[in-house]
Design a binder for this molecule. Structure first.
Ligand SMILES: Cc1cc2nc3c(=O)[nH]c(=O)nc-3n(C[C@H](O)[C@H](O)[C@H](O)COP(=O)(O)OP(=O)(O)OC[C@H]3O[C@@H](n4cnc5c(N)ncnc54)[C@H](O)[C@@H]3O)c2cc1C
Length: 462
């Protein structure tokens, strides 16, 4: 008999709840523990998972299997096309290795939960599902009527109250269970892509977290809105694939930085981690958002513009609005975009080009190394005024003044839009006509008015 730890988006050995319980079970039952990861290229295609994120997963698995091998845990990598193929594959694997129990960490999105239900009913052995992905799992942060929150601020208050009652100390990594087994290099399941500069193993992710909490978090509130400055943690990718856990983030934040009642950098950063939890709770409680629907049903009646040329110009960073183009080119070239620019470019697609937010949502996923469904969907629905805490529909970002405010010297724009490199800090935000750089593809004032009219037309009658 053998126990199995099935890794998904939790590619680490430290503070991994399912691994912790699997190791304890193996020790108590005196059975070997195997580890498994199932790559799903067809599912990644359906979910628009970026090639960069697939490469990060591949690199993380290579590191993880080495760590597990030292602890006597043999690692297998299987490939299924989609989640639908997993139950049969796992049943065969369970027979081959005479599995007696499976351990895994829960995921809270519709397809993932259906996959796990199908696995549990297909296997004839116990499946132990653990909560691990969030500090507080969905269902534990509810309002006075036991209903899920639809607005962030009261959610965050309740979240902090509930967290205070919980032990959120990270778990230690399991000790060796047996003699080391040979480590091996894994067979590639994706085309290569450039992921240099990103932490690809848990030690590197922890180091980056430590450095951020020691050196940068104090200034987070002041710096986080300026894309030309390295003011944020860049840990989203590590959190998305589970190289790092939110408990580790909280513990490090608590040990390095003072969490105060007043707003400090550390508190503001903690708030971002709570946004991460909020959107996963929303996706769990309101699965329509996972199935491609708006949180606000009335916005389904908006007639979007399906102009492919405008969409292409947006994707390529050729809209003629410098801050939008700089952000879109940062995304395309590096696989990451600063949060302020995600807000500006998303607003531009929806409110200036009047293109369905779902097209932008999918394009972001296809490019982002830190793509994570709930955060991306939440961010898009916020920007599009279709979501829970959404920006009111009549609030429309002006891309020029956003650029002037958040990239006042134009340093960021010049880095990603070299055609504008010679312009001064005034002109760089409203470039003169030139052969190199496109003229604005829309008139912002008119586009804004049209967007407001489009949203107004579908508002529910009160
Ligand atoms: C349109 C749009 C799309 C987005 N898509 C994603 C996405 O696919 N994946 C993703 O992780 N974040 C997404 N975000 C949220 C945010 O932009 C990124 O988390 C952040 O820019 C990542 O940089 P960082 O790791 O340096 O974050 P930091 O500023 O250091 O924040 C720390 C962590 O908190 C979490 N976080 C921060 N802000 C948010 C937020 N608003 N919502 C949810 N979680 C948050 C992330 O895990 C992040 O890594 C999106 C925001 C918008 C407006």
């Amino acid at each position: 008999m053998t126990a199995l730890i099935w890794f998904r988006n939790d590619l680490r050995s430290h503070d991994n709840t399912a691994l912790h319980h699997a190791a304890r079970f193996a020790r108590e039952q005196q059975v070997p523990l195997r580890a498994l990861y199932i790559a799903t290229p067809g599912q990644w295609h359906e979910h628009a998972t970026s090639l960069r994120q697939q490469n990060l997963i591949f690199a993380a698995l290579n590191a993880l299997q080495g760590t597990l091998a030292e602890r006597g845990i043999a690692f297998d990598l299987l490939v299924a096309d989609t989640f639908r193929d997993i139950p049969a594959l796992l049943a065969k694997y369970a027979d081959k290795h005479q599995l007696s129990a499976v351990f895994a960490n829960r995921e809270y999105l519709v397809n993932e939960m259906q996959r796990d239900d199908a696995v549990a009913s297909r296997l004839s052995i116990p499946c132990h599902w653990h909560h691990d992905r969030l500090l507080l799992e969905p269902g534990t942060v509810l309002n006075g009527s036991d209903l899920p929150y639809k607005v962030f601020t009261p959610f965050a208050k309740a979240w902090k109250r509930t967290l205070g009652e919980r032990d959120s100390t990270p778990l230690r990594r399991p000790r060796a269970l047996a003699e080391a087994v040979p480590a091996r290099s894994l067979k590639r399941f994706c085309e290569p892509a450039d992921i240099s500069g990103w932490p690809t193993d848990e030690e590197a992710a922890l180091k980056q977290l430590r450095r951020f909490c020691q050196e940068q978090v104090q200034d987070y509130e002041k710096k986080r809105d300026f894309p030309a400055i390295e003011g944020t943690s860049r840990l989203g990718a590590a959190l998305a694939i589970g190289l790092l856990s939110p408990r580790q983030c909280l513990a490090r934040l608590r040990s390095e930085a003072e969490l105060a009642d007043t707003k400090s950098g550390a508190d503001v950063w903690l708030n971002e981690l709570i946004w991460r939890e909020f959107y996963q709770h929303v996706a769990f409680h309101f699965p329509r958002v996972v199935k491609g629907y708006a949180f606000k049903p009335e916005t389904e009646n908006i007639r979007w513009n399906n102009n492919d040329r405008d969409f292409q110009a947006w994707c390529e960073g050729k809209t003629g609005f410098p801050i939008v183009d700089a952000g879109m080119r940062q995304l395309r070239e590096t696989g990451w975009m600063h949060n302020r620019l995600r807000m500006i470019t998303a607003s531009f697609l929806v409110k200036d080009l009047h293109i369905d937010w779902r097209r932008g949502e999918q394009y972001f996923m296809s490019q982002l190394i830190d793509g994570e469904f709930a955060a991306n969907n939440g961010g898009w629905q916020w920007a599009a005024s279709t979501g829970t805490d959404a920006a009111p529909y009549f609030r429309v970002f002006n891309p020029t003044t956003q650029g002037q405010r958040f990239d006042p010297e134009g340093h960021f724009i010049r880095t990603f839009v070299p055609e504008l490199a010679a312009l001064d800090k005034r002109q760089v935000h409203s470039p003169p006509k030139s052969a190199d750089y496109p003229a604005p593809i829309v008139d912002h004032k008119q586009a804004r008015e049209l967007a407001i009219a489009m949203f107004k037309a579908v508002q529910p009658i009160r």
